[in-house]
Design a protein around this ligand. Sequence first.
Ligand code: PEP
Ligand code: MG
Length: 325
Amino acid sequence: AQERYTSLRGLPAQSKCGTVTRLLMNAGLMADLPSIEGSGAEGVGLFRTELQFLIRNQMPKRDELAKLYARVMEAAKGRPVAFRTLDIGSDKVLPYMKPQDEPNPAMGWRAIRVGLDKPGVLRMQLQALLRASAGRDLTVMFPFVSELSEFTTARDHLLRERDREAALGHPVPETLRIGAMLETPSLAFAPKQFFDLADFISIGGNDLKQFFFAADRENERVRRRYDTLNVSFLTFLSKIVARCAESETQLSFCGEDAGRPIEAMCFAALGIGTLSMRPASIGPVKSLLRQVDLREVRAVMDDARAAGLESVRPAMMGWLATLPE
Ligand code: PEP
Ligand code: MG
């Protein structure tokens, strides 16, 4: 099977209906980058920058980070890389930061909330990203945005740092794309202005699902209790697709479910055009996407919904079993 995936490497994830889904990879360490070639990923859809902060015992320096980010972009050889700003707090605690004793860290002071309340580290990281991408394209996404004003404030920090760098005579990126991760249900209901302003939106399905079902992703007793192919969740995802379409905002999905072929196929059928996953999942996801007509997948989903089923999975498995090998 691995050989079959290798032969797909240079081919697009084009489904029978003609729709091409962009497949990107998730990364977080320099060591992940070489897989970009072997996997056939068109770029890095999620670069989790906190890993660099987590593996050290002191806060990294700006210039050190700038060098590292430049190496990441070089390794991507012109393919886009979406750098997600620091997502600390919750399950990721920096050894050199004062631990916060929070009753419920996943819903606590984490990610962009920390960045906005204590902007020193965020601004340092943004400067490092700007310096690293001198003359190149820079894509930045902010994690765990829950409302419009958090996005506008974070975005303003980035634009201000860019202008400051330029005023200091430092080279700035050729183009700058600024997006948000949609990881809390609230953001799906944000004013239209949010969808207009964001250059792209990436669904952080791991967190989004945990908050949609109120089921802790770290808790073994409940983490697998609700199916990603639950009709309620898929209906919610369609709502996000519609809101992005209305504003012509590019939408991707970068949680772990994007790397599961059946889930990925359903996301693509809902109209999510870009999926970002661990490199090893790209082959299997592409293989399935190429075998199906997404209009048929959509019809199976719609029928399951119309029939009042809780999950589309059984119907989808039944339909997949009828496909020719
Ligand atoms: C997510 O929540 O789906 C996501 C991609 O971010 P992380 O898993 O790092 O929280
Ligand atoms: Mg997340």
